[in-house]
Design a protein around this ligand. Sequence first.
Ligand code: GLU
Length: 287
Amino acid sequence: MHKPYRGRFAPSPTGDLHLGSLLSAVASYLQARQHKGQWLIRIEDIDPPREIHGSAAGIVKDLQALGMQADEAVSYQSHNTATYLQAVTSLLTSGKAFRCSCSRKQLKNHPVYPGSCRKLQTDTCAVRLRVATPQLTVIDQLQKTREYALAKDIGDFIIWRADDLPAYQLAVVVDDAAMSITEVVRGCDLQDSTPRQLYLQECLGLPQPDYLHIPLLTDKNGRKLSKRDNDDPLNQLQPLAAIRLALQLLGQHPPSEISDLNRLWGWAIAHWRVNNIPSRLATDYIP
Ligand code: GLU
């Protein structure tokens, strides 16, 4: 039997919602709504040094103003540290992960971890996942299927940081499973995280969601739009115009006479076509 569709938008609170992240939010929202599934918001606030005060609340408020309602209360990764710790402990106990005391300086000339701590039993430190699978295939609902030589290209990767914080890869995998996410829709900047996450799911015995990565939004010079851009077009737009622009950038063509946000969403849910998303998303280019 088919599992009910559950999607999510998982912003890190490191700035305001910008046009680039809005595209991931809109695409994940429309996928969920078109599948008559549920859509959830998860704030990925496990990196206090990078967090910007007020950003989480601002993002949640903006999503609401833009007409995207989550089906459950917003969740916060900072509340789940005990669960992440449990996962990392089980991986250490089963020997699938190991403690690593290498400093950045020691690893400076090694693009892939050289395995120095694989046999050590030191304490104070980061934890790495032991990568034992040489090859992994990633199937994407929109991008080409990719083969990763996991051991050669990625190597043993960090799942718990030396500053005693859970690593992004671990937290995402644990939460996607706990929230019963069936499809992850996000930007292509995270495409190379997917093989790590699939491998981690395998090690933890967790179900694997489908993945759909949307192209990154760039400005007219081909530069990725970032949260630090002050000239983000989103700043000047009312909700209706912002959603219309997001839809257009995503290759959907809402009729120009729709002048009401609810009606625009109704149209978008009924007409959403993933395959219309262009391979290039740029602020100066509307297909
Ligand atoms: N928190 C990540 C970001 O804002 C997204 C994580 C994900 O969607 O898996 O870039």
